[in-house]
Each structure stands twice: as structure tokens, then as C-alpha cells.
Design a binder for this molecule. Sequence first.
Ligand code: ATP
Length: 369
Amino acid sequence: MASVRLKGVYKRYPGGVTAVSDFNLDIEDKEFIVLVGPSGCGKTTTLRMIAGLEEITEGEIYIGDRLVNDVPPKDRDIAMVFQNYALYPHMTVFENMAFGLKLRKFPKDEIKRRVHEAAKILGIEHLLDRKPKALSGGQRQRVALGRAIVREPKVFLMDEPLSNLDAKLRVQMRAELSKLHKRLGTTFIYVTHDQTEAMTMGTRIVVMKDGFIQQVDTPQVLYEQPANLFVAGFIGSPQMNFIESRIEQKDKSLYVVFGNNAIKLPEGKAKKVEELGYVGKEVILGIRPEDLHDEEIFLQTAQDAVVDADVDVVEMLGSETLLYVVVEGLNLVARVDPRSKAKSGDRIKLAFDVNRIHLFDKETEKAIV
Ligand code: ATP
């Protein structure tokens, strides 16, 4: 069993920085958990506490059923892959991968078997005699992974392992890591500040900010039902549009009003907004770029959900087009069909997909609907 459990974990550094606060998380066996958040949110500290490289100030960490608070890193049955790979320059790839096993006095045959097996999985068998300086960045990254794989750990910990690779290789390695995770059938705990990496690899994602967990869920739920304004803005690119608005009632219907625009809320959302007492109150309206439409078919069917927009910049990306527009002084982004005819300087109509509107409390920033 390679579950990992953190219970009420805190990390306070001397000098008063609380890097991690009341961190509670149950990671199941074989999960690919990604910790994501902006720089300084406490991701690396959390990972280092799981690894045993950082003492915890308060709380408990379990690996499997074992409380590991006082277990040294080498006895935790984990392997860590760092951002800078930390390969030994004077050793060959084989020696780099074998090093940890040698230290642990594994028999030679077993070392050879494990190194060759890991090299095969990673497609680096032909590089085993080379020194790190004769490798590309991606190959070095694979060696670093190989060194972790040969240990056959219960849990892999990875801290931004792809950040030194160029964009193309990063995309390729993302897919390879997902495959590796399936193939090894082990628990992965992965740290990144890149929400795309988190969304593409994580079976569950932990979004952190200022040392606190903001939300833990699958990529899809995080995207579709963000718990608060921070998660809504952090997950998704380009980010969700936010509009300061007010809820108003007219003829038994509820509208989200900003400037001269009024977007009618669908029944389900309206009911909840009313029940929670938001009629007449200020809220923040959130709408993802792909939920703003300029196609005729949407404009015709969207009742009370169309606004006038001035097109500022048109970005054609091939499979989609981004329209940077201004609606009553507000900058919004719409992700539209690449066949869209909108040009810079045009005044167009944009329809809100009202079923995909998010509303957030202005004070607490928590999601209302
Ligand atoms: P990054 O993506 O930049 O690596 P992170 O989310 O991994 O950020 P941490 O490295 O965990 O963040 O740092 C969390 C907070 O703890 C930061 O405010 C950081 O300055 C602080 N911190 C980290 N290490 C120490 C230390 N040894 N002493 C004091 N404060 C520290």
C-alpha cells in the first residue's frame, strides 16, 4: 500500500513564515496527485515534508499505515526527482542510475537487471555508457527518472521535473510521465506552478495559495466547479473573465447586471441565488472565454444574454481564435470558432452561455453557483 496521508500539517520557518497551514489530504494508492499554485504557496515545502527533507512543525504524515514523522528520508520508501536532475557528471548514465542501489549494497546482478529494465521503459538503453554532459536536456531528465525508478519506491515525489526543458519537450514528457505512471502503478506526487501540467497529468489536483489548500478535485471538477475566485482564475488559459456585477429582480426573473447589460439567469441558478439571499447584492460574474459566443446560432437562441463588444485584438491560433474585446470599458476574452469573421475595430455581439455562468461572493470570494 502506498497511500500517503497528511493530517493537520503545519510548517513554520524560523523568522515567522508559515509556509504550510492546516494541510489535510488523503492520497490514495496509485494516484497521480499534483500540487499546484503560484510561487511561494508552499508546494515544495509540502513535498519536502513528505520526503522527510524538512521537519514538520505540527501534524502527522503517514506513508501506508506508518507514521513517518520521525522516519529518515532513506527509510520512507520514496524516491524524489528534482528540477535540476542532480546527476553526477563524472559517472556514466548506468553508474548514475545504479548509484543508489550500490549504496544500499544490492547484488550486482540485481542492479544490472533493474537499471536495464528502467532504461528500457524510458527508451535510454543506448545511452547507458554516456556521461551526462553528452546528453540533451530531455535525456538527462529521463536518467533522473530512471534513477528513481530503479529504487522501486512506493511513492514518487517530483518537484517541477520538467521546468528546465523547452516547451515542445515538456509537452512530450508530460505524456510520457502519464504513461510511466500507468505502467509503474505507483503513487506519484508532483509539484508544479503550471496549471496546464497539473490539468493534463493529475488524477487529482491540489490547488494551493499562501500555504492553504484552496480545493482538491479532479481536473474536470476544478475547471467546471471552482470553489472560489482564486481557483477559477488560476485554472484555465486564457483565464476566466471576471465582471463586477449586481443581482437584480425584474418580472420574477433574476438578472446579473453590469453597466447597461443584464444577463438573465437560468432557473436553477436563479433559485439558488435567491435562496442564498443575493438578490440586490453585488457579486462577481465569471465566464470562461469559450462560453462567450459570436456565432449567429448562439446569438439567436440566447435570450437576454447578448452584449455589444468592441473587438480590440484578434489572435488566430489555428484550431481556435481568441477575441480580446471591450464591453463597456471591461476587457474580456472570447474563444471562438476559427472561422469567425470578427476583425479588430469591429463592434460585434457576444452571447453568454448562461448555463455556464459562475457567480462569486464579493467579500468571501467563494462560489455561489
Ligand atoms: P516555488 O514555486 O517558488 O518553489 P513553492 O510554492 O514551492 O514556491 P515554498 O518553496 O514551499 O513555495 O515556500 C513557501 C514559503 O516558505 C515561501 O514564502 C518561502 O519564502 C518560505 N520558505 C521556504 N523555505 C524557507 C526557509 N528555509 N526559511 C524561511 N522561509 C522559507
